[in-house]
Write a protein that binds this ligand. Structure first.
Ligand SMILES: [Zn+2]
Length: 244
């Protein structure tokens, strides 16, 4: 049976002499592996459409429980004009690693698919804001997978308070009276910024003046948060990012 779907190429590994097994995050079937025959041969049209970070429309041949075979790929979005832009590329790489890590094979998440597509498009059009875009993806993606940080009061007592810490293991804000020890409070500005990024659209976030130091703070806290909920997994792309 031939089926078509929009998809993002997450990764590929060589298979046999000239084939590839490509992992796609598809709109219709979630995360799947597909076989790309002859992709390593010169002049293969398919090889262009299965490069990492590529977004496109893909035609697959599916039969029973066999690995689907890629028949055609029409590229919609690539990063070929950003080959020298390490900020953009490492952000795109992070998103692919993140989706590949958190999504199980054949698992669907339409909202995460839409967020991923949007994030990739934003990266190609707002390259100077790649770190803001990445922080936005991190918090929104965690929320879509059921790990939304609680930011509108104390996660333990529910009270609204003046001073909070941001507690990764508790999953959000913890107020002064619930803390058994003194710790550094999160500033009101950082707290409201995190809530703003969680709730607001990409367009609004990118039109808002956010300081570099604030974006750095967001990424740092969200990395710790994601690391905790991924059982300590460290994304390779994150290490690249820290060196930039
Ligand atoms: Zn409390």
């Amino acid at each position: 049976m031939l089926v078509n779907t929009k998809a993002l190429v997450l990764k590929s590994i060589p298979f046999k002499e000239s084939d590839l097994i490509v992992t796609l995050f598809t709109q219709k079937f979630g995360k799947i592996n597909v076989l790309v025959k002859g992709a390593k041969k010169m002049k293969s049209k398919l090889s262009y459409s299965v490069q990492m970070f590529t977004f496109g429309d893909y035609l697959l041949y599916k039969k029973n429980n066999n690995l689907p075979i890629l028949r055609q790929g029409d590229v919609d979005l690539t990063f070929k004009n950003h080959s020298f832009d390490l900020g953009v590329l490492s952000a795109a790489y992070y998103i692919c690693e993140f989706v590949n890590f958190f999504m199980l094979e054949n698992e669907h998440n339409q909202k995460l698919f839409r967020l991923t597509e949007k994030t990739m498009r934003m990266l190609t059009t707002h390259k100077e804001k790649s770190k803001t875009i990445l922080a936005t993806f991190k918090i929104k993606a965690m929320a879509l997978m059921g790990y939304s940080p609680y930011l509108t009061g104390c996660v333990l007592c529910g009270e609204k308070n003046e001073n909070y810490i941001f507690s990764v293991p508790q999953g959000g804000l913890v107020c002064e009276s619930c803390l058994p020890y003194k710790n550094k409070f999160i500033s009101k500005r950082h707290r409201l910024l995190m809530l703003f990024v969680l709730r607001t659209t990409f367009e609004e976030i990118l039109n808002t003046e956010v300081k570099d130091s604030e974006v750095k703070y967001l990424n740092k806290v969200l990395n710790k948060y994601i690391q905790f909920y991924s059982d300590g997994h460290i994304f390779k792309s994150e290490q690249i990012f820290q060196k930039l």
